[in-house]
Design a protein around this ligand. Sequence first.
Ligand SMILES: [Zn+2]
Length: 216
Amino acid sequence: MPIKNGVVECINHPDQIMLKNAGLNAITAMEAGPQGLVFQPMKGIPITVYSCPECGYMESYLAKMTPHWEEALPAAKALPLSLGKEFEDSAMDALWRISGKFGATSVNRNVPVRFGSRIRELDALLSAADAVYVFEFQVDYSHGVVGMASLQLSDAADMLARVNRGIGDNRPIKPILVVPVEVGEPSRWTNIPVLKFDRRSRQFVNVEAVLGFYGK
Ligand SMILES: [Zn+2]
């Protein structure tokens, strides 16, 4: 059924993004013999399979015919545009709900940071006793976008650190990029820790691990 913006959507649930089964699957051949029909597991066609986590609707695409066969579709790199706002809103709500875990004294959204003549807007800022967490929500994590977002977030964190030091606040600034869990593995080369957010369950995935990881 529909592939929109590189995302396979469920035929029954247009807002549901279908999950891709890892790697390739296959439809095996079947041949008529003297004993009737016989499966031929050594023959068949490689396919890429998607399924709806809500209703189980499945969809498959023939793998690309290369010498080693390749997955038919590139992994989705972004949520549909219509879900971008919802993603940010629900990620922000979830941040509020878990903020107690970090001893947060405040959580703010769309926080402008001014340093000299430069202004950056932080998607979210979580202030705790021993650190300040700076969040950027990113629904598109294609290589270039994550790289750019990572650089901007580093820069914003650096600006905030300078501003805070100027007023005697020496808490470490901890930048975190938030991407949708649906779109698979984020690019690896960013030096910013990436936190995954599942907009359907409205939960961060491995939030403790990620925040613990960036504990320097
Ligand atoms: Zn469905």
